[in-house]
Design a protein around this ligand. Sequence first.
Ligand SMILES: Nc1ncnc2c1ncn2[C@@H]1O[C@H](COP(=O)(O)OP(=O)(O)OP(=O)(O)O)[C@@H](O)[C@H]1O
Ligand SMILES: [Mg+2]
Length: 449
Amino acid sequence: MIEPPGLNSLMMVPAVVLAVAAMAALVWLGAHVVRYVAAGKQARPVLRAAWRIKYTWRRTARRVGLVQIERRRPPIWSSTPCTTVITRELLPAITVHRERWGVRVDASTVGRLGLKEFTDAAGHLADVWRVPLVRVEQTQPGRVRLRALLSDPLTEPSTWTDMSGDPAVWAAGIDADGQPVTIRSAGVSGVVVAGLAGYGKTSFLNVRFCQLAPSAAVQFVLIDGKGGPDYDDLFTRAWLSAKDDPQLVRDHLARVRDLMVARQQTIRAVLGVKNMWHVGPSAFWPLVVVVIDEAHTFLNETKGTDAESKRLDALARETARLTEELIRKGRNVGIQVVLATQKATGDAIPTRIRDNCQVAVSFAQRTSEAATAALGSDISGFPDEHPRRLQDPAYVGVASMVAEGRPGFTLVRTPYVPDAVADRIAAQTADLVRDPIGLLTACEVRADA
Ligand SMILES: Nc1ncnc2c1ncn2[C@@H]1O[C@H](COP(=O)(O)OP(=O)(O)OP(=O)(O)O)[C@@H](O)[C@H]1O
Ligand SMILES: [Mg+2]
């Protein structure tokens, strides 16, 4: 016969439950303490923030308005009268992950709480979570990703180490999560690099030069409108080079145009394709990268009335026409023009040139107008990636761009190549310089044979 439990044993039940709960709490606390100690000094602030976010989420969501109240009738099987209105609080579910730079929070959207509402709440979340910045993006339908950044990785300068480069890929740097970012180069005939003075345009082109210089499949035309020493040592690796001499620049571009025309006439016979990028550049048919730094120097008409101004205006018109033609027609024969300028507005770079460039990169800008001129009007829809945000010495070397395989715009920390390294690479690869017109003639002879 089973005896009914006595009063004493009934009282034991809550005591046992309490003891088990206390044990579980102790284990939980112990595990957290172990993790905290094991995390190391640098990772601890991230761990603290991750716990704060995770364990206060319900309260935080309510306080910053990331909650939706649902009103509905009781279900048909419920004993509650069907006239009663039941209210229910809907909070976005989250998962929290630690990252090198801070905490990644993946949240589910709920009802009318989507990307916009999370973005609007980002500032408040940063305050509650006590982090300098919260960034928000939509990763997939129904999922929003928040990044609580304890330190902005974009403000940490990096030095380029990997110098080997594929002409078809432009390794631009790393994004806010430390992930590598590339921009399109294959099939690209025009690139605009814009930004305020001293924010990293020339250094960005230096890195590209260092990536490509060791390749025999690339020849350079280097033009420096500033006329200073920036490119002096790189000229040794250039097929053609010039400083701020408008006539020489016009002559060089006319020569590149001759190359383009000759290549157009022979590409089928020599490469067997209509588009060089289908087979890729080679030592016999190199990609010709035409860098024009401070490009506005050569494209601006002064509209003066004296003889010298008229001569310069005629040169500027011709240079603009040649530049436009190279960008418009050079893609399939492997000619790529890279224009760097402090100002990408129509008064500095003719819009017919700028708007034909497939790739645009912008370092810091002072006005929305300048950012729109460089990146197009879409940038106004990306306040976090807007180049106006980059007006701070900490963001020297950080640019906004459309990266390969990523929606919208991406902020990229571009690496820095010390001048001495770039100079050494130029000197070591100087013997790779060839005249692409001469190479073409050699190819034609071989094709005929
Ligand atoms: N990616 C980078 N990381 C760290 N520092 C950088 C980076 N790029 C540039 N700098 C620093 O900023 C300085 C100016 O850079 P740079 O000459 O490339 O600017 P710029 O935009 O070409 O300016 P300007 O319009 O006057 O020619 C460099 O000498 C270097 O000290
Ligand atoms: Mg410069």
